[in-house]
Design a protein around this ligand. Sequence first.
Ligand code: 5GP
Ligand code: MG
Length: 507
Amino acid sequence: MALLTLEGFSDEPLQDALELLTAAGFSADVEPAREIYVNRDLRMNAISWVGFDMDYTLALYHQDELDALSVRHTVDTLIEHFGYPEAIRAIKPEPDFAIRGVVVDRKLGNILKLDSHYYVGRAYHGFQPVARELKKAYQDERIRLSLDRYVLVDTLFALPEAFLYAAIIDHLERDGDGAALDYMQLYDHIRAAIDLAHADGRIKRDVLGDIPRYVRRDPELAQTLHKLRSAGKHLFLLTNSEWYYTSELMSYMLDGALSSYPTWRNYFDVVITTAKKPWFFRGDDPFLLLDELGRPLREEQNGFIRGHVYEGGNLNDFQRKLGLRGSEVLYVGDHIYGDMIRSKRDSAWRTCMVIQEMEGELQKRDTMRAELNAWYALDHELAALNSDLSAHRRVLERLDAAYGLGTLDTALGQKVERARRDLKRHLDLLGKRRRTALGRLIDLDLEIAANFNPFWGFLFKEGAEHSFFGGQVEDYACIYTSRVSNLRQYSPLRYFRARTQHMPHEL
Ligand code: 5GP
Ligand code: MG
């Protein structure tokens, strides 16, 4: 465990406790893949209600299986309804290709990864990197995601559509069938086909037909919810999924896990299905009380009845019925737009984002420790070189200014002239060393990034910046982690503290 040693402060009690922990077979640190990371201070003791999204939050999916299922149904619809050639059935999965945060350019048929300043870092057409000169076209104008030319892939449900878009372009253009390919229309067909497979229940029917194949049952989930309840928190479920699907998945994940909770319903004070997030946060749909078969009985004007299930609803009524202030609610979700952005912008709810990809990303960091350490050392060297270079330049500029006045006597003028020459020579040397270090850093960066994802590199980074996705997580998630059950490793009264941030002028 890394500790700062404070002068005059004994760390003996801590060291003793650590020894005890080790002797008892426990690790002193939470492993990085299971940690909770903090963007904004969050006092858990000020939170009285904790809400959960279901899909990809409480219910984590086996991504490859669910992707394959979505792709299969989408390809069927593309062939049967939109007349695409049978040959597209031969498309093979490429699990690394689609990641969250990439942007589809429907006009040019490209997929882009942006940094948090909207600069295009990487771009693919089909599975081929977009040539450097074509990529330059993106630098002449700011990427405005509000244009309907662009679509942001911001949920794990949408990965298959980014993959299929690239795969079909790749397939048709490689076979020479792509001459008349209308990129806009292709995207719209794929979107419509995937939407249909969700809306008509085909995907859900298949998932329910073999839940263990598609859903990861987290053995620590029940204990996690219990721990929150034991600390006096109320829990609610707020999902866009319909009641029939929600009840089966939640039963699979929680029923029978703890003897004090006969069914999953016992963990939650309020259950809301078909919530229509993000509309839930700004709309005024009523809450409908459902019967046991999920049929609407009536509008619920008053409070919620514990043990009953609701559909629809809206933020204002939710808070009014429960007599809540927004800042007492922590909402745990996975969708950057539907769960994080809207709840942050339209309410005072605090947010916890579940990013299941983090587990793999952080485990890879662990296996690449040596390369990452070399990277940090080079980065450190570059920072020192940059600082040295700017100190030399600053003094040179001051000397130039003094020399330029023409007021120095001859002897001093000669000395200044010599000092300027020496400084310039030194600047050249520093510049060379910087170029070498930078070259090594770029090579190492590419090598490391390729190990994370050969197409896109890091999920949270693009070049030296946050990726667009990383930037959004930073902006909208108060805390973030790889799965809900990671909360179990922390006190339910924990004060999650963010690191103090500095602007360049403050350092
Ligand atoms: P949540 O994450 O709020 O629990 O719910 C996600 C729900 O949205 C799931 O029921 C999922 O099937 C549904 N969903 C995800 N993507 C699409 C889509 O493209 N179209 C439709 N109609 N539903 C979707
Ligand atoms: Mg979700």
